[in-house]
Design a protein around this ligand. Structure first.
Ligand code: PMV
Length: 331
């Protein structure tokens, strides 16, 4: 590939149904728990990458703002090693949804970056490129390893890369309703908060041990497309993850009053026999797993509980796509 090649990539965030929270100590971003996720349709990161001459500084712009190089250095070093290239990269990335607000923008961002670098390094499309890109993306953000695949994905504890479990069409009635409680960027990054949890939460060990059972049982529930069982396990996973994080010193507390109102509205919906199973990540947004046929009832109940909520309907979506071309007219 020439120095003036361009890769354009679209990717979407990975929402964990069973959470990753904590890294294997002393490892290079290896997850300490198994996570099971789905890649969301319609929330897009669009990145344009240019290959630069070897030795040039790598450059990343997100929504027009230049990013601190040290956040990206481990990723670029690993990408060059895995993709067997010495080129540098200039990247410009935009999200169609709020960044750093608990909507997993780092997962779609690093997935796009990894796939774009692999394309510019000249790796041919196929399972090997996806696996290497998943491994490189993990260095940026472990959840990004999953976002290299569409549909339902698995990132086992201690694994270098994610695996595809089922395609986006596996469970056609399944929807995710995102309840946007705030668009403000979070103050406490998942990276810092999970490390603090590992180092200082008395509940961290219990979280790690317990998550083995949750992920094993969730794989069975997903294989059976059993919404109620999967929902129960999802709920335990996020509540136990947050319980361990809230017990860190200093605590990691992401919930807002609106998050709590949505959690309680979901419980009230379930008491009426409507399957609304919520989960939360490192931010105040609440994501609800439900069936398409229940969507209208769930929307009305949530808006009644908290009228200013933003609601965004999504579902399992495709793997990232990439187009690599020569930059016409460039020096
Ligand atoms: O991939 P990171 O370092 O941004 O951490 C993501 C952690 C959670 O979103 C809270 C859970 C997950 O498995 O995605």
């Amino acid at each position: 590939m020439s120095d003036f090649a361009i890769a354009r990539v679209r990717s979407s965030p990975s929402l964990a149904l069973i959470k990753y929270w904590g890294k294997k100590p002393g490892s290079r971003n290896l997850p300490a728990t198994t996570s099971i996720a789905l890649t969301l349709a319609g929330l897009d990161t669009r990145s344009e990458l240019r290959a630069l001459a070897p030795g040039a500084p790598d450059l990343v712009r997100l929504g027009g703002a230049e990013q601190p190089p040290e956040r990206f250095a481990p990723f670029f070093d690993e990408a060059r090693r895995l993709f067997k290239t010495d080129i540098s990269f200039s990247v410009s990335s935009e999200n169609s949804f709020p960044s750093s607000a608990g909507l997993a923008s780092s997962s779609s961002g690093f997935a796009a970056l990894a796939l774009g670098c692999a394309g510019l390094a000249g790796l041919p499309a196929g399972p090997r490129r996806d696996a290497l890109a998943s491994e490189a993306a993990r260095l940026g953000s472990a959840s990004a390893a999953r976002a290299l695949y569409g549909g339902f994905t698995l990132l086992p504890s201690g694994a270098k890369k994610a695996e595809a479990l089922y395609g986006a069409e596996y469970w056609p009635e399944l929807r995710i309703l995102v309840a946007l409680t705030s668009a403000a960027p979070k103050g406490d990054s998942s990276r810092g908060a999970m490390e603090r949890t590992r180092l200082s939460s008395p509940y961290y060990r219990a979280w790690i041990n317990d998550s083995k059972t949750l992920s094993r049982e969730a794989l069975i529930a997903l294989a059976a497309r059993d919404q109620e069982r999967l929902g129960e396990l999802m709920r335990l996973s996020y509540l136990r993850m947050h319980a361990s994080a809230m017990a860190a010193d200093p605590p990691a507390l992401y919930w807002l009053p609106a998050s709590m109102a949505v959690i309680r509205a979901c419980a009230a919906l379930r008491a009426r026999g409507i399957g609304a199973w919520e989960t939360m990540d490192a931010g105040p947004q609440v994501k609800i797993l439900c069936m398409a046929s229940d969507m209208d009832a769930i929307r009305s109940a949530l808006l009644e509980a908290w009228p200013s909520l933003g609601l965004l309907e999504t579902r399992a979506g495709p793997a990232p796509d990439i187009v690599v071309s020569e930059a016409a007219g460039q020096p």
